[in-house]
Design a protein around this ligand. Sequence first.
Ligand code: SAH
Length: 234
Amino acid sequence: MGHRDEHFWTRGSADKSNVLVEQLKQYGVIKTKKVAEVMEIIDRGLFVPDGNSAYIDSPMPIGYNATISAPHMHGTCLELLKEHLQPGMHALDVGSGTGYLTACFAMMVGPQGRAVGVEHIPELVASSIENVKRSAAASLLNGGSLSLHVADGRQGWPEQAPYDAIHVGAAAAEIPQPLLDQLKAGGRMVIPVGSFFQDLQVVDKKLDGSISIRSETSVRYVPLTSREAQLQGF
Ligand code: SAH
C-alpha cells in the first residue's frame, strides 16, 4: 500500500466520498457536476454494513442474498437518468436495497419531487430507512418526498406514477409490463435485462407513447425475483 493509499484511509468520510467521486470522474463514469455533487453529498459509508469498504469501487454483500451495487454502477445509472431527475420530477427505484440510490434520486428531484424506493425484503427496507435518516436526505424522508416501501417491485408503485425516471437494481428476464405502464411519456427507465449475461437497457418512452430500447453495457446484478426464490440457501 503506497503513501497515497494510507493518506486515503486516514481521511474523514466526507473526504473519502470526494476521493471516490474524483476516481469515478477520472474513469469517465461521472461526467457532470450534478452527479458528482449528489454522490459526494450522499455518503456511501452510511449505507454499507462495513463502512471501511464503502469507498472501494466494488459491489458488497448486504445480506439476504443481495448486494449494494458498485459505485461505478450507481454513477452510470445517475448519469443515464439525470435529465429525468430534475427538481419536481418523480422517480422510482425498484430493488432499493440499502436506499443509496433512492437517497440520491431524492436529493436530485428535491422536496417538490417524489423519490420512491420499493424493496421486497422487509429487513432491508427497515435498515435503508435508518441509513437515509443518518444521511443528507433525512429531511426529505421526514418531509415525505422520499419514501421506502416493502413490496414486490415487479408491480412498480402505482401511487406516485407516472414516473419520469425508473431505476431497476435487479435483473429481470424481461421488462415487467407494470413498470413500462408506470413510465411517463418522455420518461426513461434503466434496467438490467437477462439471466446470467445481462444488458443494462435504457428504455425511453417517447411523447407519442412508443418505446425505444438500447443496451448501454453488460452487467451482473442479482435477479429480480420472488422473495422465496431470493432467500433460498440464505
Ligand atoms: N440498488 C440497491 C440494491 C441492489 S441489489 C443498492 O445499491 O443498494 C437488488 C435488490 O433488489 C435486492 O435488495 C433485492 O432484495 C431486491 N429485489 C429483488 N427482487 C425484487 C422484487 N421482486 N421486488 C423488490 N425488490 C426486489
